[in-house]
Design a protein around this ligand. Structure first.
Ligand code: FES
Length: 132
């Protein structure tokens, strides 16, 4: 798929599935050789994506599936100990975070959101089947 970007693009979801400050769309990646959850959100009309791994303790951040924004819709919140991250950069802004979230490149074209693999963050192997 050619989306005008410089790397392979993988369709993630329809643009309409991501509303500003609302629920995330999850997806799976192979990060540094491990299968990990990731998520995409929309903030200030722009789409962003991150590895779903808190920098305080390497665990997923959403206690309720796909809920990452705090009640104001302005910050991403880890449900375990309350680390706060900026939705547009992933930078830690409060709580016990230890650095920024791992950002994943996303683009949006013609009503579809795409994510872009990198040497560290790759798509699942085509033969992988998700456990039920
Ligand atoms: S694991 Fe996220 S704040 Fe502690």
């Amino acid at each position: 798929m050619n989306t005008g970007a410089d790397t392979e693009a993988i369709a993630l979801c329809a643009s309409a599935e991501l509303q500003d400050g609302a629920l995330a769309v999850p997806f799976d990646v192979v990060y540094d050789g491990q299968i990990c959850r990731a998520f995409a959100i929309r903030f200030d009309a722009q789409v962003h994506a991150y590895l779903n791994r808190c920098t305080h303790i390497a665990m997923e951040m959403d206690y309720r599936a796909n809920h990452f924004f705090d009640c104001t819709g302005r910050w991403l919140l880890c449900s375990t100990h309350g680390a706060m991250y900026a939705p547009d950069t992933g930078q830690g802004v409060g709580g016990p975070c230890r650095g920024p979230l791992q950002k994943i490149k996303v683009t949006e074209l013609d009503g579809t959101v795409y994510w872009h693999p990198s040497p560290l963050c790759k798509p699942l192997p085509k033969t992988f089947s998700k456990p039920v």
